[in-house]
Each structure stands twice: as structure tokens, then as C-alpha cells.
Design a protein. Structure first.
Length: 779
């Protein structure tokens, strides 16, 4: 079927009525557009409503005014606040998808508005609004007055503020809790209750001294007392080296027992006079667990078997476990010589066996002890059998009838400073001296302490990384734990700039800083020499022989503190100014002991040009750490042994009263412990007690000008000039190892003494007028 036939059929099926209606509507719409817009009924309706409202407004105005007065009476000045809250509610209702934070803020604002209405209810101003007196209903209206008036409503009103703030700022409680904790910690640190109680008790005791005592107590006071046992007036010549009486030794033990019953020293603050307070012991690390290897018996049997395989009879009689090494006590056996002799019967006839051969028996010819050198000669063989890097044989052990073989432990333990400080050995030394120092533990694990005042100076030497700086840090920490700046002052000389820098904030420093510049060291040592001479003059003025007698004398104007001069690297000083530094150190070592000035000198290059014979002669107490050769060990200790040490604090300690050194494992103090102790002394509570630094001594040395006839180098410069025909400033610099300014001053002093001729140019070469052989002026 064709397309045309289909269109004709659709046209025939259309209704004639629909076609007519469509034509009529089209014509009508065209006519309407030509006539204009049709009249709408809405404007007329609005006019009628407005007219009716205007007519009824006359009747509604009184009602609206009365409603406004009622709201003002109920809410007062909180009416605008209520309008804002309603506006916020409208905004909230329009948000279809609001987050939890939005609703939390919405609720917080409602609660804060509720609280603000109650706050307004507390005020009653003399103000009237629209005929409503706020003095009668409060600034918050009747509702605000009801909220702040008491009862359950007031509880809800008070709870609304913190609840709203917490909802608005959720982190606020955490911040407040942290701040409250900080405030409480600060209040606890002040220790107000105990201080208040002590102050009240002191006032009460002072008032009690002013009141007359009762008759009974007065009679008790006046009762005769038995005479006390007084010490002899004439002291023995060796009194300084004798041990204290038993009563003095028993007193610290009783005090320790009382302190242990009261809670221990670890949690107790140690208070001293004049406002200073010593650091508590808990600032130092607690004692660690010591390792106890279980194979000591096996190693002891291995030593016996090894010696027996080389024909040496010996037995182990002692095993001493130390932190780093274990000492096996070897008792030498007997060397027995025998011979074979035929057996004889009672009649003297030879006895034969069943085969007809004579019987022989062993007879002892001689029986002698095994020589000690036969054991010491097998040191390398024993180290090989024990699989040890090195062993040290002490023959014999001082005070013991055996030879000590020191074998390294498989698991060495750390010796803490606190473990030695809490030992009875240290407490015994600290009870009679302010300069007690903890050195370490011996090969048997016993703590070892020493008195720096009796050394009186200490020389420390060892290779790099052997433990010298850690040893110095532990010595300084011991001094800081038991002494205030009124007792001990420290002079720290650190050419390496980093080893002693952590002690810079402590108030014990003699000067305002740690001395790190090599050019300042001669002036610093010269200032110490001048202080030594000044102290000797003060001793002579009151008739005292040493610093202990001076501090005990009632004629002394004030107590003198001990000075401890610590030099971390002597080699650098000897390279910069060898002649001057050596003479100053030796002079201090010779004379400064009685004045309370003590030296601790360390070096990592124990050669003869650094540790000279003059220095060794004035440093009787020495500590040797691990060194690379036997020559270095002999340079330090005048004997071998330090080359076999293990390093990391393993040392040989040679005191003044011992012929042989003692092996120790030195104390270890960590950086965290040093920081805690330094922070204790650097606290602001000691700010008003800090002593003034002695920088004026350096200024006096600089103003006085090293280089005059009072200079210790003047005699050396005079000898240099008299050994030559001409002398110049540069020659003095080279020969004496001083700077240019110092050499110019020495040249001027030589000119004033008549040793050299006068010259207009201070740097010019001078002719020498005096010879060394005759000390007469040349014609």
C-alpha cells in the first residue's frame, strides 16, 4: 500500500466536529490577542483584604501592645536574645541535611542563651520600658529572675554554661585538665605544707626560747652532766692518714637505717643550709641487673687442664665475678721429683715378682713449689684455650696467697654511678670528705670510691674511646650530687669544646663559662696561681696550715670553697704553650693541695713529651685506660699492663698508697643523667643564691699583663737572652711558645732589668748586655 493512500485514510477518519472546534478556537485566540489582556480577580481581593485589615487594626493595636508588654515582662532585655534564637531555629529548620557538628553548635547556642537570660535575671536596673519596670521583674524578666532565684531551676541554669561551652569547644575540658595538672604539679613542687609547718615550728621554738622555762625543766637543765671525752690537744703527725673513730663511722650507718625506715634516700630531698638543696639520688639511673655467666666452673676446670698439659700443677681456689672480668685465683702446686728404687723386705733383701724380676717403687727426691713465672709465661696459651681476646695475670694478688688470672666475661655489665654512691664504701669516704668520687667496681664486684683531697691530684690517660671523658663526667657528677657552690667550685678547660659543654649552666663554675680557647688557658692557670698565693697569705694571717683548719677557725671571715681544675686534653695545651703550661701545672700540683685546689688532668696521647717526668712526679695518683702499646703503659704507670685492658671503661687505678695498680670497671653516666643533674642546679629557685663568677681574676691577670718580672716565664726569657748575642721578639715567641704581645712585654722587662739594650722599635733585634757565664755587663 502506498504512502498517499494511508494519508488519505487518516484524513477521512478525522471527526468534522473536532475540525470545526479547532478552527473556531484559532479564530477566537487571534481575536483575543487583538483586544488585550483579560481582567484578573487577585488585585481586587488584595484591596478588599487591606481595607478590612485597616478597619480591624483599630481594634487589634491594644491587643498587640498588651502582648508586647507581656513578653517584655517575661523576658525583659532578653527579648532580642529570644528573637535571635528563633531566627537561628528558622535557619536550622530550613537545613534538610545538617551535620552533627551543626546540631551540636545549635544546642550550645541555645544553652548559652538560656544561661545569659539567667545572668540578666541577677540585675534589677531602675529602668522602665513600655510601662514595664525592670526593677520589679529584673533585667531578664520574670523568667530570668526565676532561673537565678534558686531551686532546681538555678541548678539547670548553672549547668547550662559549662555544657554549652563543652558542646561549642569539645577540646576545652582536655586543655583545662592539662592546665590544672600543670598548676597542681607546680604547687606540689613548692612543698608549701611542709615549708609552712617548718616555718611555724621555727617560730614556735623561737617564741619558746623567749618564755621562762618551768621549774622542773630548769632543774633538769641545771643537773650536772658527765664530762665529755675531749680529743687530745696535740694532734699526731699522721692524723691526716688515720681512719675516723668508730663512733663517726657508726653514725652514717645509723642515719642510713633511719632514712631507710622513713622511705629511703631515693625519694627524700637532701636539704643543706643557706637555702641550697642537694639533688635527690633518683635523678641517677637505678642499679642494673648484673650478668652472671654460669660457665665459671667450666672455665676454672679448663684453666687447670691447660696448665696441667704444660706440666704446671695448680688448682683454682677462688672465683671472683666482676662487671667486666672474672678473676680466677690460682694456687701454684708442687713440683715433685722422684726416682725408682728396688723394694726390700724386712731383712734387706730385694723383693722379686712372680716372673723373677725385682720390684721397684717411686721415691720422692725433692718437693718444691711451682714458680709463679711458669704460670705467667703461659698467658697466651691460656687466652687461646679460653677463647678470650686477652687475659691479664696478676702475680700475686695483693694480700692474697694466689695468682689472679683475669678473664673477660662473655656478657659484661654496666656500672652505674648510683650503684657506687649508695654503697657503704662511698658513704664512708663521703662522711669525712667533701671531695668523695665514685671510681667504679673491682674485679670481684666491690665498689671503689676515693677522696680527691687525699690524691691530691689525678692524672688520667688512655687511647681514644677508652673511657676518659666518661670517667671525667662521672667524677663531676659525683661532686655535683654532694656539694653546693659554697663548698666546691669547678674550673673546666675543654679544648675539644664538646665534652664538658653540658655542665655550663651549673652554678658551681668558677668562671662564667667553660674555657675552650687555648689562648686563654695560660691566663686562667695564672689566675689560679694567684688565688693559691692569696689563700696562703690568708692562712698565714690566722695561723692555719690548710683549708680545713681555716674553715674551722672562728677567726676566718668566711669559708673558702674547694677548687677543682679539670683539663680534658693536656696534649693540646702542651702543643700550644709547652713550657708555660708545664710550669704552671707543676707549680699548682706542688703547692695547691693545702689551699684546697686540686687538679684532674686527662690526655689521650700518653707520650713523654706530653706526660713529662716533671708532671708524673707531681701526680702520684693515676688512672690508665686501654692503650696501644706497653711503652704507653710504662709512660703512665711506670709498669706494663694497660695494653691488655679491654676498653670501654676498663682501667687500672694506681693510688698513692699502693705499689701496684688495681683493675676497675669505671662508672658510666649517661647524657640523660647529666642533663637531669644540671637541670636541678640550673633551676630558677637557686637564682638568688648563685655565687658571682670569678671573672675579675682573669681581668686582673690581663690588666697586670703577663710579661713583667713577676711573670714565671721571665727567668726563662732571661736565660734564652743570655745564651745568645742578640735576641728579638720572634725568638722569644719561638723559644718560649708564647704570643707576640707576651713576648713584647717580656722583652720590655729584659730591657728594664738591663739584660738587653734599649731600642726605639720594640720589635727590633736587641744586643745582649749580659752573659750566662759571668752575669756581668759587657763593656
Amino acid at each position: 500500500m502506498s504512502l498517499r493512500t494511508r494519508s488519505q485514510r487518516r484524513h477521512l477518519r478525522r471527526s468534522p466536529v473536532a475540525a470545526a472546534t479547532r478552527r473556531y478556537g484559532t479564530v477566537r485566540s487571534r481575536r483575543g490577542r487583538r483586544r488585550g489582556p483579560a481582567l484578573q480577580p487577585w488585585p481586587l481581593l488584595l484591596v478588599l483584604v487591606a481595607g478590612g485589615a485597616g478597619a480591624g487594626l483599630v481594634f487589634l493595636v491594644p491587643l498587640l501592645l498588651e502582648a508586647g508588654r507581656t513578653l517584655l515582662r517575661w523576658l525583659g532585655l532578653g527579648l532580642p536574645l529570644a528573637a535571635l534564637v528563633l531566627a537561628a531555629d528558622g535557619v536550622a529548620l530550613r537545613r534538610r541535611r545538617a551535620s552533627a557538628a551543626f546540631w551540636r553548635t545549635w544546642l550550645a547556642l541555645h544553652l548559652l542563651g538560656f544561661f545569659a537570660l539567667g545572668v540578666l535575671g541577677l540585675a534589677r536596673p531602675s529602668l522602665a520600658l513600655a510601662g514595664v519596670s525592670l526593677a520589679a521583674v529584673s533585667a531578664g524578666g520574670t523568667a530570668g529572675a526565676h532561673l537565678s532565684g534558686g531551686g532546681p531551676a538555678m541548678i539547670a541554669w548553672i549547668a547550662a554554661a559549662p555544657t554549652g561551652l563543652v558542646l561549642l569547644w569539645p577540646r576545652l575540658p582536655v586543655l583545662l585538665a592539662k592546665g590544672l595538672g600543670i598548676v597542681l604539679e607546680w604547687l606540689v613542687s613548692l612543698d608549701l605544707p611542709r615549708r609552712s609547718w617548718e616555718a611555724a615550728r621555727a617560730v614556735a621554738s623561737w617564741v619558746g626560747t623567749l618564755l621562762p622555762a618551768p621549774a622542773e625543766e630548769r632543774e633538769e637543765w641545771e643537773a650536772p652532766q658527765p664530762p665529755a671525752r675531749l680529743p687530745p690537744l696535740v694532734a699526731r703527725w699522721d692524723e691526716e692518714w688515720t681512719s675516723p673513730p668508730a663512733e663517726q663511722d657508726a653514725r652514717p650507718e645509723r642515719e642510713e637505717k633511719e632514712e631507710a625506715a622513713a622511705g629511703g634516700e631515693a625519694t627524700r630531698r637532701r636539704r643543706v643550709q643557706n637555702g641550697w638543696e642537694l639533688p635527690p639520688i633518683h635523678l641517677l639511673n637505678a642499679v642494673g641487673e648484673e650478668s652472671r655467666p654460669p660457665d665459671n666452673e667450666a672455665r676454672a676446670q679448663l684453666i687447670v687442664d691447660t696448665l696441667k698439659s704444660f706440666g704446671v700443677d695448680a688448682r683454682v681456689v677462688s672465683i671472683q665475678q666482676g662487671p667486666t672480668v672474672t678473676q680466677f685465683g690460682i694456687e701454684p702446686g708442687w713440683e715433685v721429683k722422684t726416682r725408682l728404687v728396688p723394694e726390700r723386705d724386712e731383712k734387706g733383701r730385694v723383693v722379686y715378682d712372680k716372673d723373677g724380676r725385682p720390684k721397684y717403687r717411686s721415691e720422692v727426691v725433692s718437693r718444691t713449689r711451682v714458680r709463679v713465672n711458669r704460670i705467667t709465661a703461659l698467658a697466651n696459651d691460656l687466652a687461646l684455650a679460653l677463647a678470650a681476646p686477652s687475659i691479664r695475670i696478676e702475680s700475686p694478688v695483693p694480700g692474697k696467697p694466689f695468682v689472679g688470672i683475669e678473664v673477660p666475661n662473655t656478657a659484661p655489665s654496666v656500672v652505674t654511678v648510683r650503684s657506687v654512691i649508695e654503697s657503704p664504701a662511698f658513704q664512708k669516704v663521703a662522711s669525712r670528705s667533701r671531695l668523695a668520687v665514685a671510681l667504679g667496681k673491682g674485679v670481684s664486684g666491690e665498689p671503689v670510691a676515693a677522696d680527691l683531697a687525699r690524691m691530691p691530684h689525678l692524672l688520667i690517660a688512655g687511647a681514644t674511646g677508652s673511657g676518659k671523658s666518661v670517667c671525667i663526667n662521672s667524677l663531676i657528677t659525683c661532686l655535683l650530687m654532694h656539694n653546693t657552690p659554697e663548698d666546691v667550685r669547678l674550673l673546666l678547660i675543654d679544648p675539644k669544646r664538646v665534652e664538658l659543654a653540658s655542665f655550663a649552666p651549673v652554678p658551681h663554675l668558677l668562671f662564667s663559662r667553660v674555657i675552650v680557647e687555648l689562648e686563654e688557658v695560660p691566663a686562667v692557670l695564672q689566675a689560679v696561681l694567684q688565688e693559691m698565693e692569696s689563700r696562703y697569705r690568708a692562712f698565714a694571717a690566722i695561723g692555719a696550715r690548710n683549708i680545713e683548719a681555716y674553715n674551722r677557725s672562728p677567726r676566718a671571715p668566711e669559708k673558702m670553697p674547694y677548687w677543682v681544675v679539670i683539663i680534658d686534653e693536656l696534649a693540646d695545651l702542651m702543643m700550644s704553650a709547652p713550657y708555660q703550661v708545664e710550669r704552671q701545672i707543676c707549680r699548682l700540683a706542688q703547692l695547691a693541695r693545702a689551699t684546697g685546689i686540686h687538679l684532674i688532668v686527662a690526655t689521650q696521647r700518653p707520650s713523654v713529651d706530653v706526660v713529662t717526668g716533671l708532671i708524673k712526679a707531681n701526680f702520684p695518683t693515676r688512672i690508665a685506660f686501654a692503650v696501644s702499646s706497653q711503652v704507653d703503659s710504662r709512660t703512665i704507670l711506670d709498669m706494663a699492663g694497660a695494653e691488655k685492658l679491654l676498653g670501654r671503661g676498663d682501667m687500672l687505678y694506681l693510688p698513692t698508697d699502693a705499689a701496684k695498680p688495681r683493675r676497675l670497671q669505671g662508672c658510666y653516666v649517661s647524657d640523660a643523667e647529666i642533663e637531669r643533674v644540671v637541670s636541678w642546679w640550673a633551676d630558677d629557685r637557686f637564682r638568688h643564691l648563685r655565687p658571682e663568677p670569678m671573672d675579675h681574676l682573669l681581668e686582673q691577670v690581663r690588666e697586670g699583663g703577663l710579661g713583667g718580672e713577676d711573670d714565671p716565664l721571665f727567668q726563662a726569657a732571661r736565660e734564652v737572652a743570655m745564651d745568645h748575642n742578640r735576641v728579638s721578639v720572634s725568638m722569644l715567641q719561638r723559644q718560649l711558645g708564647v704570643g707576640r704581645e707576651r713576648a713584647v712585654k717580656l722583652m720590655r722587662a729584659l730591657e728594664q732589668a738591663g739584660v738587653v739594650e734599649t731600642a726605639a722599635d720594640p720589635l727590633a733585634s736587641r744586643r745582649v748586655l749580659m752573659r750566662a757565664d759571668d752575669d756581668e755587663l759587657l763593656a
